[in-house]
Design a binder for this molecule. Structure first.
Ligand code: SF4
Length: 857
């Protein structure tokens, strides 16, 4: 561990929001002997910790690299700007969360780009890392900067910041790149020669080796765009794994120190979606369709839930309702005891009878859910154009099904700004919502239709890449039309995307290499974390465009057939000819809908295989379960969770020291739950729709306060082996984050925790204890006003003050609930400083006085 960075963090964390984001030392972290590591990569997520820790791609890469003994992957995240500013001011470089090592000391920095709105965060994290932003400025001693993720469909706007990109599936590619680099470095190969060697690997793109030329409008496009069939093409190619390999699925995921945006264990049940929606980039980018086998889904879910202690399971894919055995998987999950207290999130549903059947099963276990459908637009004419094959009647039938099953909300994903969209289409949009409201009202209660309106953005590698981005006035008139219709309707909620943010996204999505200087300038002007409303500044971008004398209006142009796009330096499998034909069919009212090719009707899109490429799940052999009625499901679920067994009450005493003092209280409880589940302790859960483990703490420890005497009560369904107490404690402590450790465990008659009568605290360092003690004896403590405006008389609250080993120690009285006034206020009163200043101090809760005893004895 790099102790310098760890101690620098001690100084800055009291001054930032959400310090738990920056703690590092997550449970389940992998540590390797540096002597045995031949190549290392730090996976830098260019967005907040909470988003990065939810990202499945990061988890997969962390796993596939670390499962190779001689390779090492660690993680890092973009610090929010308050922390970023402090890091710059204090000279703290961007560091990895496992060893606190500066990211510039790794062999490679891997930046995964989930969205174009992270583009300006690339120079932001490179600046913080102390790595030259432009690839051309990097020397032999600098790490290689690698990009990957969904935004690789057009990496050109940020190409000059990267040494290479991984185009396509990373499971096999990233470990291969690391192994090759290790071998080449051992042979003293130069940086430029390593890049040249790597560029020969399928899926690797080295921008410096691909020439671009300006087109007639000045847009940089490849000098030699990809042509012909995928197999014959010898330039840069997207790569993909032919089938979903269970060995590549992460199980032992890092456990976040603060709640992530999605707290769940996810199993990617399927990659690819071949519904053929013409606007959808993922539908073309992730071809072909590959399903994971049912038995593997269940095996991975069981192991992953145990290894992470998660109680939420996500069945992940672009469209999980199109995973052929989704109903079988759902039946098995409802049948197996390991899932009894697990909340399985069902995918966005399909507006057909199959979707309803799934919905009804889900509703049998969980009440009050919201069902999500993606009709994209309310107009059947536009739906046909974009090849969204559901009808209005399908939507109404689906609404009947889900409201009847007990759902109380339907969420609709929709968009405006599609080519040829007009007011008749918007009238049809409103008509569909009104018809859905009529269905909702039949079932009474507080039912709601929530339409979320996005704005169409033409994306690379789709048939609609030739389309234009709609101007502001027309787009907003369409959104306004819908909003005004439902303004006073209590059954309908309308939310919509900002046109300005979509405009920026359109600029990024279809841009070329000439955008990079503007992105760098924007980043350095603070235009980072652009997906956050409070950070996005359209005015800021208008100023950048004006300063660069740049006009971004080209996004409103419809493109000609001959237009070469910046992203056509690569072949992704699907051919340009197929995409153009699909684009033409949009405007032909006689054209037939394109079927989903995964069921055998290959459309010859260009992916090699002509249908053989699709990998459907093989039949389940290890696990099975009958398809039950809602009544049977309820009975089965009740039997699984209400077994009448004994309950055991344990009291754990534990310490929380070092950086772990910035772990929020609810995360501390979460850490106990996960750790005990991981070592196989059968916890006792509450009853009801959302079972919770019965874990109680005596009271929240203030953020930033260390403690040597915390208590927690935990109920279990089976006795713990306290004859082997020290082994049990060691086992738990091994999987806790740094600084949290169990000190003792005892069996109790009930779960109540004793109420302390007084609490002792000690100030670790930084003050002359003898002088303070004398002044306190002479003058007494101050009266202070706390941050809530309450007047605190420290004299009344402090019952003893003494000096132990030249450290100030004081004892505070407690109230009827066993809690004391914040010790940061009290020490402020003792030292004559403000509460804010006292929060920078290293203060430790050292002892609970549980009995009446002389506190100064
Ligand atoms: S090759 Fe055929 S089956 Fe494969 S993705 Fe393309 S259209 Fe679908």
């Amino acid at each position: 561990m790099n102790t310098k960075i760890a101690s620098q963090l001690e100084r800055v964390l009291p001054r930032v929001d959400s310090p738990a984001r920056y703690l590092g030392g997550e449970a389940n972290s992998v540590h390797k002997d540096p002597e045995l590591v031949e190549a290392s990569i730090v996976l830098v997520f260019p967005d907040t910790y909470e988003i990065g820790m939810s990202n499945n791609g990061m988890k997969v890469l962390y796993h596939v690299v670390n499962q190779v003994p001689q390779l090492l992957a660690e993680t890092a995240f973009a610090p929010w700007t308050d922390m970023g500013d402090l890091m710059k001011a204090e000279g703290i470089p961007l560091y990895s969360h496992q060893s606190y090592k500066p990211v510039r000391e790794f062999d490679m920095i891997g930046i995964t780009l989930q969205s174009e709105l992270n583009f300006s965060n690339v120079p932001y994290v490179l600046d913080l890392a102390g790595v030259p932003v432009w690839s051309r400025d990097r020397s032999e001693s600098d790490p290689f900067v690698i990009g990957g993720g969904p935004s690789m469909s057009n990496p050109e706007p940020i190409a000059d910041f990267f040494d290479l990109f991984c185009i396509g599936d990373g499971e096999k590619l990233v470990p291969l790149i690391l192994e090759m680099t290790a071998g080449l470095k051992k042979a003293n190969t130069s940086r430029s020669q390593i890049l040249k060697s790597l560029s020969a690997v399928e899926g690797v793109y080295v921008p410096a080796l691909v020439d671009v030329i300006p087109d007639e409008k000045g847009m940089p496009v490849p000098a030699q765009p990809a042509k012909g069939s995928y197999l014959k093409y010898s330039g840069v190619k997207r790569t993909w794994i032919p089938f979903m390999d269970p060995a590549d699925y992460p199980i032992q995921n890092l456990i976040p120190n603060t709640p992530p945006v999605h707290s769940r264990f996810a199993v990617e049940v399927m990659r690819g979606c071949t519904n053929g929606c013409r606007f959808c980039q993922a539908g073309y980018w992730y071809r072909p369709n590959r399903e994971l086998n049912v038995d593997a889904v269940i095996d991975i879910a069981k192991k992953g839930l145990k290894a992470t202690g998660e109680r939420q399971l996500g069945l992940l894919s672009l469209s999980s309702a199109d995973y052929v055995p989704i109903e079988k998987v759902t039946d098995i999950i409802m049948d197996q005891p390991e899932f009894a207290n697990v909340d399985t999130s069902l995918p966005s549903l399909r507006a057909n009878s199959f979707g309803q059947s799934l919905a009804i099963k889900a509703a049998a276990i969980k009440g009050g859910r919201s069902a999500t459908f993606a009709p994209e637009t309310g107009s059947e004419r536009l739906r046909k154009m974009i090849n969204k094959t559901i009808s209005d009647q399908d939507m109404l039938d689906a609404a009947e099904g889900v409201f009847k099953a007990g759902f109380n909300k339907i969420k609709l994903y929709t968009m405006v700004g599609l080519p040829t969209e007009n007011m008749e289409d918007m009238e049809a949009f409103c008509g569909l919502i009104e018809a859905l409201v009529q269905v909702a009202r039949k079932y009474g209660g507080r039912k709601q239709i929530h339409a979320d309106i996005g704005i169409f953005i033409p994306k690379a590698w789709t048939p609609m890449q030739w389309s234009s981005f709609m101007d502001r006035e027309t787009t907003m008139s369409h959104i306004r039309f819908v909003r005004e219709r439902f303004y006073h309707n209590q059954f309908v909620r309308i939310s919509w995307q900002d046109w300005e943010l979509s405009h920026l996204e359109a600029f990024y999505s279809s841009g070329g290499r000439n955008l990079a200087p503007m992105i760098l300038e924007a980043s350095r002007r603070g235009l980072v974390f652009e997906s956050f409303r409070e950070k996005f500044s359209y005015e800021g971008w208008q100023k950048v465009w004006s300063d660069f004398n740049y006009n971004p209006d080209w996004v409103h142009d419809e493109k000609s057939k001959e237009q070469v796009f910046p992203w056509e330096f690569m072949h992704i499998g699907v051919t340009r000819g197929y995409l153009w034909t699909e684009y033409q069919k949009m405007f032909d009212p006689q054209s037939e809908p394109v079927p989903d090719c995964k069921y055998g009707d290959c459309q010859h899109c260009g992916i090699p295989g002509n249908g053989e490429d699709t990998q459907l799940s093989t039949p389940n052999t290890k696990y099975d379960a009958p398809s039950r009625t809602p009544k049977e499901i309820k009975a089965k679920h009740a039997a699984l969770i209400q077994e009448d067994r004994d309950v055991y009450h344990y009291r754990f005493s534990y310490a929380k020291t070092g950086l772990s003092r910035y772990l929020p209280h609810r995360n501390t409880l979460d850490i106990f739950e996960r750790a005990l589940m991981r070592i196989g302790v059968n916890l006792n859960y509450s009853r009801g729709f959302s079972p919770k483990p019965k874990i109680h703490n005596a009271g929240a420890l203030p953020l930033g306060l260390q403690s040597l005497c915390e208590m927690i009560s935990i109920e279990t369904r089976e006795p713990l082996n306290l004859n082997e107490k020290s082994t049990l404690i060691r086992e738990i402590n091994q999987i806790f984050p740094h600084g949290v450790r169990v000190l003792d465990i005892s069996l109790q008659k009930k779960s109540d925790l004793p109420r302390p009568l007084a609490i002792e605290f000690q100030l670790e360092k930084g003050y002359d204890a003898a002088t303070i003690f004398k002044r306190y004896c002479d003058e007494g403590p101050q009266t202070l006003v706390d941050h809530k405006g309450r007047t605190i008389s420290c004299k009344d609250e402090i019952v003893d003050l003494k000096v132990i080993d030249n450290k100030i120690a004081f004892t505070a009285r407690t109230n009827t609930t066993g809690n004391a006034v914040s010790p940061f206020i009290l020490i402020a009163g003792i030292l004559g400083i403000t509460e804010n200043e006292s929060r920078q101090l290293s203060l430790v809760k050292t002892k609970l006085h549980l009995e009446l005893e002389p506190v100064n004895g």
